[in-house]
Design a protein around this ligand. Structure first.
Ligand code: AGP
Length: 612
């Protein structure tokens, strides 16, 4: 995700900003920039698409940016393609205030339209420029910078960590934070802000973590922090013990574990901007109601884990829309002469947006007359650019090769899309829509609840990490879930695994079940729990060990048959898989850890498969 660095002190700012941004590169970004206020109160901004090396080249070609106060940013695009104009810092049209920002301003369009009606001309597509323009608007109107800052914070909705410079105050940097991390660093020759500690460790290990609603004013000589009522507050200072490599992973041992733990926030960021006043709002589909009402079929096309999201989508969207919905492996779909047309929507799902098989399937679909809607995590990626409609997951960059937060945000967004399409077609009543959206609202907290206690997954992994093979069984949505659980285990622990529709095992594969075989039974789908229980009994009768993943509601049906029982909070049946995958991710992670595997970079695998 985006990275922020800010400095005010006695040294030249630009070298410090660039060094800090380099240490934030691991977070993933597609553009970068810096802003500096010179001693003559000149505000200068240099920003470019691409890597930091491109920014450095631009800086070398300019008159040197002089000044001992500055802010820097690496951008992971959410609103607006990666390009020079959309890069941060953003400035208002008076050229007085520069802003860098992490997070998502959910009401940015409404504010932008209001400012445009007042004659303000925007340069970029970003939500961040709205902050800068609104701050200058209030600064002009109120005549006081802090009044303007608090007026902006009272007007915007969403998540933000921001650094602010104003040319009229060349010795002052302002920081504000809500739902996105931002910390203050206390150095010997100045003071800092950063989105994470990695950027600061070279200069200081003494930091303060800002909390929601707080505003900080930093100068070379000191820092003042105010709460949301503008009352000055004292905050504790902490000493960072981490080394740099640990800090890049936010203190986690691996990026995969960090990204597993980020899933609650990632789902919230992806879903909450698309639900307003109890309705699903998907701006990208505005005006397409007649097209959606005419749909006779949906084909979901993807690879790997994204295909497994498609399998979940098959069950969920068929139930919501009552039209045929099928999931296809992109590598098969593209050569299958698929029966498509303008009444068939093709949904392509891809974290990277660069998977060659998925891109080829997209082109085949368009050639055969279907519209393509893509669900993608990387803004401006090839699949996004060639789709008719693109819905972005806002999971932030996923560094680990084994996907986790992209998978869960894709699933959540696909089901939200299903609710939206069901509303367009009158297939969902207000009561069911409310039931689903209420559960969407609680989902991040339920995800965090499941992730708050890792002991059971660590113990199960310690017991079973030496298995030769593992079988996953489930029915309906649980079957689709098992596909992902099996892939997670295979790709990071190198243990052979298979996933089966529980009712299918007896048609041959059950011959492989013998004493000590591990079977992971997905038992969260209540309507078929008694059938699933029977299948668990069948494998236990042949000596299998069983790990059951159940909900509070289904656990009583399988408790007596499980060697390990992982119980999840209940949510709406269509959303249960978002929680159901968490134990599978963690089990795979801890098994791989016990086996000493290279968890973030498994052998033979690439994060984006751009070959056939
Ligand atoms: C996921 O854990 C795997 N690394 C892999 O299956 C991945 O899901 C697949 O390659 C598709 O990638 P994409 O989502 O970037 O298209």
């Amino acid at each position: 995700m985006c990275g922020i660095i800010g400095y005010v002190g006695k040294s030249e700012a630009v070298p410090i900003l660039l060094d800090g941004l380099e240490r934030l590169e691991y977070r993933g970004y597609d553009s970068a920039g810096v802003a500096v206020v010179s001693p003559e109160s000149e505000l200068r901004v240099v920003k470019t698409k691409g890597r930091l090396s491109v920014l450095r080249e631009h800086l070398e070609q300019q008159d040197p940016l002089r000044g001992t106060i500055g802010i820097g940013h690496t951008r992971w695009a959410t609103h607006g393609e990666p390009n020079d104009t959309n890069a941060h810092p953003h400035i208002g049209q008076d050229g007085k205030i520069a802003v860098v920002h992490n997070g998502i301003i959910e009401n940015y369009l409404e504010i932008r339209e209001l400012l445009e009606r007042k004659g303000i001309i925007f340069q970029s597509e970003t939500d961040t420029e709205v902050i800068a323009q609104l701050m200058e608007y209030y600064y002009r109107k109120l005549g006081n910078l802090m009044d303007a800052v608090y007026a902006v914070l009272g007007r915007i909705e969403g998540a933000y960590a921001m650094g602010i410079l104003c040319k009229d105050f060349p010795g002052q940097m302002i920081a504000a934070r809500k739902d996105a991390p931002l910390l203050i660093g206390y150095g010997e020759d100045g003071n800092y802000i950063a989105s994470d500690v990695t950027a600061l460790l070279r200069y200081t290990r003494t930091v303060t973590y800002m909390e929601d609603g707080e505003v900080a004013v930093l100068t070379a000589d000191g820092v003042q922090i105010f709460d949301q009522d503008r009352t000055a507050i004292d905050k504790p200072r902490h000493t960072i013990e981490w080394d740099v490599s640990a800090a890049e992973k936010g203190g986690y041992a691996h990026f995969m574990l960090k990204e597993i733990m980020e899933q609650g926030e990632a789902v919230r960021k992806t879903i909450s901007p698309r639900v307003h006043d109890g309705r699903v709002v998907i701006e990208e589909l505005a005006g397409m109601e007649p097209y959606l009402q005419g749909l006779r079929k949906i084909c979901i096309v993807a690879c790997g884990s994204a295909y497994h999201v498609g399998m979940i989508g098959k069950y969920a969207l068929e139930r919501l829309l009552r039209i045929p919905v099928d999931a296809y492996l992109a590598s098969e779909f593209r050569y299958s002469e698929p029966l498509l047309g303008d009444d068939t929507l093709v949904i392509v799902i891809s974290q990277s947006g660069e998977t060659l098989d998925s891109m080829a399937a997209l082109r085949e679909a368009k050639k055969r007359g279907s519209k393509v809607l893509s669900i993608v995590n990387v803004v401006g990626s090839s699949i996004a650019r060639e789709s008719d409609i693109t819905l972005y997951t806002w999971a932030g960059p996923e560094i680990a090769v084994a996907t986790t937060k992209a998978y869960t945000t894709q699933m959540a967004l696909l089901i939200l899309l299903g609710v939206y399409c069901a509303e367009c077609n009158g297939k969902i009543d207000a009561e069911e829509r409310k039931a689903i959206l209420d559960e969407f609202d609680k989902l991040p907290e339920k995800i965090d609840g499941v992730l708050s206690d890792l002991k059971i997954y660590q113990e199960a992994a310690a017991r079973y990490f030496n298995q030769d093979s593992v079988f996953f069984i489930g029915r309906n949505l649980d079957y689709a879930l098992g596909l992902e659980g099996s892939l997670k285990l295979k790709e990071i622990s190198y243990i052979h695994s298979e996933s089966y529709a529980a009712g299918e095992l007896k048609h041959g594969t059950i011959s492989l079940i013998e004493p000590g075989t591990l079977v992971i039974a997905l038992a969260t789908y209540t309507p078929l729990i008694e059938k699933t229980r029977s299948n668990i009994v069948e494998v236990r009768a042949r000596g299998a060990d069983v790990i059951a993943v159940a909900t509070e509601e289904t656990a009583p049906y399988v408790k007596d048959q499980a060697d390990e029982l992982m119980i999840l909070p209940k949510t709406h049946p269509l959303l249960q898989s978002v929680l159901g995958v968490l134990p599978l991710q963690l089990f795979a992670y801890y098994v791989a850890l016990n086996r000493g595997c290279d968890i973030d970079k498994p052998r033979n695998l690439a994060k984006s498969v751009t070959v056939e």
